[in-house]
Design a protein around this ligand. Structure first.
Ligand SMILES: [Zn+2]
Length: 277
């Protein structure tokens, strides 16, 4: 369920920037369930053979969390004319945090970080909202920064000066709210959109879909797109041996499965040496 267009296509292109060939850093312990060893090996081999800049790219979700020291800030791009009350805003924030945390939980064993993962919890905070018309947002408090009619890819965005995508050197000195109000990812909610898209810039899904599933146990399209933010691939044209159904194989599962969890861990295992871990 990946839709490439506009900003998304640009980001896909960024991911495919040609870099020097790299054998990748050494990796350490690997203890997945025995029946997953082979398919996980196939997946990583596929990643290594199809991602041209696998080890040169520095803006995976992993890089964002590590740069912050263990938290994630979001901008909500409200790409809709539907009104948003303070109560709905707060429900969206809570749901966003609850869903994102499902991926973070995949890195914990009995509350401890697997394989040197340093964070027992990763707070998720929406620091800004972007909208075309201020009157769409029906709150007057200043708990989030509001950006009005800053249009990019035909959709409202939070200020580029505050965005990690635009400032991967971490310089947020021109962000009105400073580094504390910078955002790492965008939750881009588009009216009338089916499916979704995800990348280092964040995740995009339908605004009606997200709003209708705020209390769902798994907002599975969003979860799938978060997988992409952390580097996980799609499986449109092949299936690893012995596994039928998992979140990153779109349409085959509605939650993070054991296989998704171990693919996620495999990414961390392979990238953590870049952080000296
Ligand atoms: Zn996808």
């Amino acid at each position: 369920m990946r839709v490439l267009r506009g900003f998304v296509a640009a980001c896909a292109a960024l991911l495919l920037v040609t870099g020097e060939a790299s054998a990748g850093p050494a990796v350490r312990a690997w203890n997945p369930p025995g029946h997953l060893v082979q398919p996980l090996g196939e997946v990583w081999q596929h990643v290594e053979s199809t991602y041209p800049d696998l080890h040169g790219f520095r803006n995976y979700g992993w890089d964002q969390i590590m740069a912050n020291g263990g938290y994630v800030n979001y901008c909500v791009r409200w790409d809709s004319t539907a009104p948003v009350s303070a109560a709905l805003r707060d429900r969206i924030h809570a749901s966003l945090s609850r869903q994102f945390t499902k991926w973070m939980a995949a890195l914990l064993d009995n509350g401890q970080g697997w394989e040197s993962w340093p964070y027992q919890s990763v707070p998720v905070k929406a620091v800004g909202w972007a909208v075309r018309d201020r009157s769409t947002l029906q709150w007057t408090d200043n708990s989030v920064d509001v950006y009005v009619n800053d249009i990019n890819e035909n959709a409202p965005q939070c200020a580029a000066d505050c965005g990690r995508f635009f400032h991967q050197d971490g310089d947020y000195s021109r962000c009105p709210g400073g580094a504390a109000r910078h955002y790492d990812m965008s939750l881009w909610l588009t009216a009338g959109m089916g499916g979704g898209a995800g990348g280092d810039w964040g995740q995009r899904v339908g605004s009606e879909y997200f709003a209708a599933n705020l209390d769902s146990e798994n907002i599975h399209i969003y979860l799938h797109e978060v997988g992409h933010t952390f580097g996980l691939d799609d499986f449109y044209d092949w299936t690893p041996s012995g596994v039928c159904c998992f979140l990153m194989k779109a349409g085959s599962a509605g939650e993070i499965t054991e296989f998704d969890k171990w693919m996620f861990r495999d990414w961390w295992r392979h990238l953590k040496p870049r952080y000296g871990l």
